[in-house]
Design a protein around this ligand. Structure first.
Ligand code: GRG
Length: 269
């Protein structure tokens, strides 16, 4: 079975084992979980883990946890008080399929389940490694990470320069990619000072940047009239694509991650 199918099946079983009751909240969580995402972040977790030979059981729990965090962010981001989107992954958003209070609470419960899942890793690793990994992971999600990036974007949306935009995107989308790639290293006891960690960090930063350029290119194609201020506008399209491609390619570990090829294709089509 392909990785994506096996991961999706396992993620759904993991959810149903922990939340077997059929009620509206669980149905909304499951609806978000079953929607067809690319699962880039869990794939990063598992490829980084294989590279450093982390126990695959730990890798899978972390992979579930990170996709659950990502899903929480999507469900909340789609709400009328934030992006107000009607569709996500080609399907009605959770608040459209159910209702706003259910979507808000389903997002909360997905985040809570993400940490419940992460807690299961504690039994499989050294407590010091677990605590360092948990600290890094939670900071990547919170006010100095993804949620902080989203907040800064709301605060500064009228008054953005390139530096502010790069910082926002580095937090809003980059932090969770970094966590996907680097949390396995911390669980394995490979510290931030280790050269292996630094190489992986450079790759994660390059990926986050390139992902944003690719996302801006897709937005540009889809809705030219309403294009937001983005890196393509500040840097120029060609320069931004070249820089993103160079940063992705000139990296010692880019070939271990399948998302590298996916992104290079998106950047250069
Ligand atoms: C905490 C509410 C809240 C928001 C945090 C990450 C984020 C900020 C919001 C998510 C919405 C969003 C459009 C983010 C931009 C990054 C992006 C394009 C995410 C989509 O990621 P993919 O391409 O999506 O990995 P799939 O659907 O494949 O998982």
């Amino acid at each position: 079975m392909e990785w994506l199918d096996s991961f999706n099946n396992d993620l759904i079983s993991h959810f149903k084992t922990h939340y077997p009751q059929s009620n509206q909240l669980n149905a909304a969580m499951l609806y978000a979980l079953e929607s067809p995402g690319k699962r880039l972040r869990p794939r990063f977790v598992e490829e980084a883990s294989a590279y450093i030979k982390l126990d695959p059981k730990m890798a899978r729990l972390l992979a579930y946890s990170i996709e659950l965090v990502h899903l929480f962010s999507l469900v909340h981001d789609d709400l009328p008080c934030l992006d107000n989107d009607d569709f996500r992954r080609g399907l009605p958003t959770v608040h459209k399929k159910f209702d706003e209070p259910t979507a808000l609470l389903a997002g909360d419960a997905l985040l809570s389940f993400a940490f419940e899942t992460f807690s299961q890793i504690a039994l499989l690793t050294d407590p010091k490694n677990f605590s360092q990994a948990l600290r890094y992971y939670t900071r990547a999600i919170g006010s100095e990470g993804m949620i902080g990036g989203q907040t800064k974007e709301l605060e500064l949306s009228q008054d953005l320069d390139l530096e502010a935009l790069l910082k926002i995107q580095d937090l809003k989308t980059g932090a969770l990619f970094r966590a996907s790639i680097l949390t396995p290293f911390l669980l394995a006891g490979i510290s931030e000072n280790d050269s292996k960690f630094k190489d992986a960090q450079n790759y994660a930063n390059a990926f986050g940047f390139a992902f944003q350029i690719a996302d801006d290119l897709v937005d540009e194609k889809q809705d030219q009239a309403n294009a937001k201020k983005n890196i393509l506008i500040f840097m120029g399209r060609e320069k931004a694509v070249q820089l993103a491609t160079d940063r992705l390619m000139n990296n010692s570990i880019s070939s271990i991650f399948s998302a590298t090829q996916y992104l290079l294709q998106t950047l250069n089509q």
